[in-house]
Structure formats: C-alpha cells, structure tokens
Design a protein around this ligand. Sequence first.
Ligand SMILES: [Zn+2]
Length: 339
Amino acid sequence: MKAVRYHRHGGPEVLVFEDVRDPEPGPQEILVRVRAAALNRMDTRMRSGGWPPPRILGADAAGDVAALGPNVAGPKVGDRVIIYPGISCGNCEFCDAGQHNWCSSYKLLGTQLDGGYAQYVIAPAINARPIPKGMGYIEAATLPICITTSWRVLFTKGQLRAGEWVMIHSAGSGVSVFASQMAKLAGAVVVTTTSTAEKEAKAKELGADHVINYRREDVATRVQELTEGRGVDLVIDHVGQATWAFSIGSLRKGGRMVTLGATSGALHPLNIFDLYRSEISILASGSHTRSDFDNGMRLVHQGRIRPVIDSVFALKEAAAAHQRLEAGLHFGKIALEVP
Ligand SMILES: [Zn+2]
C-alpha cells in the first residue's frame, strides 16, 4: 500500500510517501481502506521528536471496512466507518470503569501504532463507528480527535453548565472550532481569541459571542471588561506557556481551567499564594475515552455541530499540509485525501 512515514525526526521534509507492506487484522480487529485522514498537532510533535521511526502518522481516519480479523461481530465489510483512535487492554480496573485512557497499555493510532496516513489501517472492531448519513470521508476524518477532546474538556473535565462563561483559545484550531459550537449548544457564553480580522469573522459565524484579537488587545483586561469585573467560569487552554498567565488572570474566583496542550511551550511559573487564595481549579486532559467520542458524535449525527474544513491535500502532499498547520494559517481542520 501507499503510506506516509517518517524515518527520522525533523521538519515536514522527513515525511516520505512510499510503499509499505499491507497490514493484516488480528483477532477482534478490522482492516480499513482509508479514504481520508486529518491532521492534529500531535502529528507534528510525533514527526519532530515522538515515537521512534519508522511510523505512519495519523490518529484521525475514515474509510471502508475492507476485511475482518477472527471473532469480529461487527461492523461488516463495506461499511463506511470512522475510527476512534484510542486503544487499551479492555481488561483492567480502568478499562472496566470506562477510563480506557488510564489503562497502562493505552495506545493511540498514529503514535505508538501505525495510523491513517495510509491506504490501510488496522483498528479494534469496537473502535469503529458509522460515518453520519450524507457525510463525506473528508469531513468524517476530521472528527475523532477533536470531537472527543472537545467533549472531554468542556463537559467531562470542565463541567460546563448553561449560562456560564467559557473562554476557548485560538478560535481557528481544530479543537476550538468544535468546542465553540458545543459550548454554544450547551447554553454557555463563548469568548474566543484569535489573531486576524478574517479569523474573527469566521469565529463569529461559528457562534462565538465575543472574539478577542490577542494581537490588538490584552486578553485578561478585555475579559474583565466583558464580564464586568467578574471573570469567566471556565478556560480551555491548549496553547500553554504563551497564554497561561492571562488564562488564569481571566478566571473568576473558584473558576476552572482545563489544560490540554502546550503548543507554545510547556513551562510557566505559578504563584501558589494566588492559586489557593483564588480557589481556582487547574484540570488536565491528556487523552479521552470512547464515551467522550460517542457523546461528541451524537451531536454530529443530530446535525447540531458540523466539521469545519480549512483545506484538503493529497496524501503525498502531507509535508505541505504539515507546513500549513505549523504556520498557523488554518481555520478549522486540514485533511488528507487518500488515493
Ligand atoms: Zn486496560
């Protein structure tokens, strides 16, 4: 099959479009003929210094079931599926409790295991879900990581309630385009941040109540103005070092912040006096569960949230797609069409 792998860590140029042996499904696994994949920030982290090469990237994939391994009750060959990429043992205290991501053998397609930047990928049958009716492979491929992460950070971790104020950074990022829509549906007041007038307009189209241009305005000051000195109830921060100070500075007393990434760097000094006096909670979300995925997907099946596609590249152009993601030019998801 054709696939994109890295053979050493480095910039986008280390991605190689090449022939790789077709994988074969084992017990309780399916072989999926991939039609589309989507990019996530973790792909660029893997490429620059993640799991040892060679590796096929891609946690997000959609396609057709091509073959079944032994003991698969469903789906059937020919079914159009998307794949939830988190894989665990299924047989420990955490798996039994539905916390697959805390399993000591938890793995993710495209990191420890070969992923969707390929014509074929293997996944456990229990990770496959039908593509929503009328939805194409490209749109479907953009869903798994971002739908699941958005549900987890807003609701499973963030406990967002109707009427609350939530600030979601980087309006155009893959997670933010879904999280903004979900937060609006939940009845929250959504504040988002961005860097250009063009992205501001797109964020408002997606339902953001307030968009703060962080190049022109001080975010924490603007948030205090908008909330009349109160601060927001919840902040969703995947930027890290560059935003932690004003994320924390934007919270009301007793507010919550969910941290789920550090694209700008991972070190930030924390004043412990300020932390306990303000009684804020800092929550972490590093992975997710099939239940987060199914909860997010329910909203997609109901037609209440929609994928936002920034651009589509051919699989062999994966390096150009990575360049676009790393340059921060995108609004929404960058997808790969698989030949
Ligand atoms: Zn387990």
